[in-house]
Design a protein around this ligand. Structure first.
Ligand code: FES
Length: 571
C-alpha cells in the first residue's frame, strides 16, 4: 500500500506535524493513532431539522466500532443536511451546494477513506456527487426506512398517504380532523420514508451501483441489523483503503446501467434520473436520458410497493430486498454481472443465491407486477430535450390522449385558481404548469403532481394528465409528465403553451406534442420575456450556472472531478 494521504498531515516530525497532531490530541486521541493507520472520515448528515436522518449520530458510533476493529482511525464530520419536509423553498435547490460542502470537506481534511451516511432524499445524491469529485475509497451507508405506518387498521405509507388523504379531504370523503389524526400514525419510527419514494429509491441506487454492502437498501432504520450493517461497513472501508478501491473503480458505466435497470424493476422515483445523470457527470461516465429510455423503459416493474403498488419498505426487506430483485434481473440477462462492488465482489457474486420470501412483494421477472413499466423518456415539440413519465405510477387509459390545455403560469397561479369552481376544466383536460424547472422555481420543486380540481375529484376521478418542468415526489403517483426540457424559464416551448391549446400524449411512440402551428408559436415567442433572476446569494449563483434537467441539474462548473490532492498546504 502506498503512503496514506493522511500522513501528509500527521506523519511529519516538524512544526506542521506537531500542529496537526497536537490540536487533535485535545480530543483525547493517543499518539499512536497517528502512526500511519487509515484515517476514515464519517460524513454525517445528522440534523434535527432532517428527521429522516435524526438517528445518524447513533449509526455513526456503530460505523466507528467497525473502523476501530479493522485498525482504522474514525473521525466524524458534519456536512449540510437537506431535510425534504422542512427546507424551503425546496431541498433540491441545495443539492449541489451540499455536494460542494462534501467535496471540499473531504479534500481539505486528512482522510484516506470515507463512509457516507445518507437517508433523506437529497442527502444521498449530494454526498455521492461530492465524494465522486474527490474519488477516495468510499462506501455508502443508508439510514434505513421507517417502520410501516398504521392508521385505523390500515397500512399508511409516508408521503403517498398524505397525497391520498389530502385529496380525500378535498373531495369530502374524510374530514380534516381524521386527516390530522393520521399524522402521528404515519411516521412512527426513526428512518426515512418507507414508500418507494426518492429516499428508498436512492438507497436502492446506492446498492445497485455497488457503492454499499449488499442489503443496504431495505433494512429498517430501527432493526438491529441496520446497526450490524453499520459496523460491517466500518470494517470494510478500512480494507478498501488498503486495497486502494477508489470510487471510480466501482462507478463505471456498467454500474450505472445496473442502477437504471434496478430503478425500473423497483418502480423507483423519477428523481433518480436527475441524480444518476449528475453523479455520472462527476465521475466521468457518459450517461443521458436516452440511456434510461433504452435500458429501463421496457423492463417490468417487479416490486409491488407504494406509490406504484400497495406494500411498504418493511415488506420489501422481509421479502428479500434489492438482492432478490437483482437476482431476477441477472437471471433475465438484464444485469452487468461483473460490475465490481464495495465488498470487493462482483454484483453477481453478491446476489446469485439471494432468496425471495414473498412473491406478492417481489415478483418473478417472468410474472411481473407491471409489464413495460420503467421510466419512459418522451420527446416532441413540447420537450425537444426530453421529459419523463413514470409508467408504473400512471394510468394506462391516459397513455394515448389528446386534451384541451389548462395552463398555469407558475405555482402561485396554480394555487390561486385550482379550487375555483368556475375554472373551465374537466377530466379530459391536460393541466400544464410552467416556471417550476431548475431555473424557474428556482430549484425545480416537487410540484409536478398537481392536485386535481375539487369538481373533478367529486366525480370520483383520481387522475388527469399533468405536464410541467417540475419534479415530483417519489412518493407521488399519476399520469404526470415531468422534467420537460428546456424548461419554461429558459425559453423552452413549455413557456409558449396557452390555455385552449391541445396537447397529445402518446406513450407508445414516446411523444408529447403541442398541437399548435409553428407560425403561432413563433409569434408567441417574440412576445415572451425571460423571468427576472434572483438578485444575490446562492440563488443567484445557482440560476446562473444550473444545467437543465436532462443534464442532471448540476452546476456547470461542478461537472467532473478534481481528485483528492490539495495543491497548497496551510502552514
Ligand atoms: Fe425524508 Fe421522505 S421526507 S425521506
Amino acid at each position: 500500500m502506498k503512503k496514506l494521504r493522511s500522513q501528509g498531515w500527521f506523519g511529519g516530525q516538524d512544526k506542521d506535524g506537531f500542529t496537526h497532531r497536537s490540536w487533535m490530541k485535545n480530543q483525547g486521541y493517543p499518539h499512536d493513532l497517528f502512526d500511519g493507520r487509515p484515517v476514515i472520515g464519517i460524513c454525517n448528515t445528522w440534523s434535527e431539522f432532517t428527521p429522516c436522518n435524526g438517528h445518524f449520530r447513533d449509526l455513526a458510533e456503530w460505523v466507528k466500532r467497525g473502523i476501530w476493529e479493522s485498525g482504522g482511525f474514525p473521525l466524524e464530520f458534519p456536512v449540510m443536511s437537506l431535510g425534504e419536509t422542512l427546507l424551503r423553498p425546496t431541498a433540491m435547490l441545495f443539492r449541489n451546494l451540499a455536494s460542494m460542502d462534501v467535496e471540499e470537506s473531504i479534500r481539505g481534511n486528512p482522510m484516506d477513506g470515507v463512509v457516507l451516511l445518507m437517508g433523506c432524499d437529497k442527502t444521498t445524491p449530494s454526498l455521492l456527487m461530492g465524494a465522486a469529485s474527490c474519488n477516495l475509497p468510499t462506501i455508502g451507508l443508508s439510514g434505513g426506512p421507517m417502520l410501516t405506518g398504521r392508521f385505523r387498521g390500515h397500512e399508511l405509507g409516508s408521503g403517498t398517504g398524505v397525497w391520498q388523504m389530502s385529496e380525500q379531504v378535498r373531495s369530502g370523503e374524510i374530514t380534516n380532523d381524521e386527516f390530522m389524526e393520521a399524522e402521528s400514525c404515519m411516521n412512527r419510527s426513526k428512518g426515512h420514508c418507507m414508500t418507494m419514494g426518492t429516499a428508498s429509491t436512492m438507497a436502492n441506487m446506492v446498492e445497485a451501483l455497488g457503492m454499499s454492502l449488499p442489503g443496504n437498501a431495505a433494512i429498517p432504520a430501527v432493526d438491529a441489523r441496520r446497526y450490524t450493517l453499520a459496523q460491517l461497513t466500518g470494517r470494510r472501508i478500512v480494507e478498501m483503503v488498503r486495497e486502494e478501491l477508489v470510487m471510480s473503480k466501482i462507478l463505471t458505466r456498467a454500474a450505472f446501467e445496473n442502477a437504471i435497470r434496478a430503478n425500473a424493476a423497483i418502480g423507483g422515483s423519477t428523481n433518480a434520473v436527475i441524480h444518476l445523470i449528475a453523479l455520472a457527470g462527476r465521475i466521468g461516465v457518459s450517461l443521458g436520458l436516452d440511456d434510461f429510455g433504452k435500458l429501463g423503459a421496457k423492463l417490468p416493474c417487479l416490486v409491488d410497493l407504494q406509490p406504484s403498488g400497495k406494500y411498504l419498505m418493511e415488506d420489501y426487506f422481509y421479502a428479500g430486498g434489492l438482492p432478490a430483485v437483482l437476482r431476477e434481473l441477472g437471471e433475465a440477462g438484464e444485469l452487468n454481472r461483473e460490475a465490481l462492488t464495495a465488498n470487493g465482489k462482483s454484483m453477481w457474486e453478491n446476489v446469485l443465491d439471494a432468496p425471495c420470501w414473498n412473491r406478492d412483494v417481489i415478483h418473478k421477472y417472468g410474472e411481473p407486477f407491471k409489464p413495460d413499466a420503467g421510466i419512459t423518456v418522451l420527446r416532441g415539440n413540447l420537450a425537444p430535450n426530453g421529459a419523463v413519465i413514470k409508467l408504473s405510477a400512471a394510468s394506462p387509459h391516459l397513455f394515448q390522449h389528446t386534451g384541451r390545455v389548462v395552463a398555469f403560469e407558475n405555482i402561485e397561479d396554480f394555487h390561486a385558481r385550482i379550487n375555483d369552481e368556475n375554472l373551465d376544466i374537466d377530466e379530459n383536460c391536460v393541466m400544464v404548469l410552467k416556471n417550476c424547472g431548475p431555473r424557474g422555481y428556482p430549484g425545480m420543486a416537487e410540484v409536478g403532481n398537481m392536485p386535481l380540481p375539487p369538481k373533478v375529484l367529486r366525480k370520483g376521478i383520481t387522475d388527469m394528465i399533468r405536464i410541467s418542468d417540475a419534479r415530483m415526489s417519489g412518493t407521488a403517483y399519476g399520469t404526470v409528465v415531468l422534467h420537460t426540457s428546456p424548461e419554461a424559464a429558459a425559453g423552452g416551448p413549455l413557456a409558449l403553451v396557452e390555455s385552449g391549446d391541445t396537447i397529445t400524449l402518446d406513450v407508445a411512440n414516446q411523444r408529447v406534442q403541442l398541437n399548435v402551428e409553428d407560425a403561432t408559436l413563433a409569434a408567441r415567442r417574440a412576445k415572451w420575456q425571460a423571468p427576472e433572476l434572483p438578485k444575490r446569494g446562492w440563488e443567484r449563483l445557482y440560476v446562473e450556472h444550473v444545467l437543465q434537467a436532462h443534464q442532471g441539474a448540476d452546476l456547470d462548473f461542478l461537472v467532473g472531478a478534481s481528485g483528492a490532492e490539495v495543491k497548497r498546504e496551510s502552514h
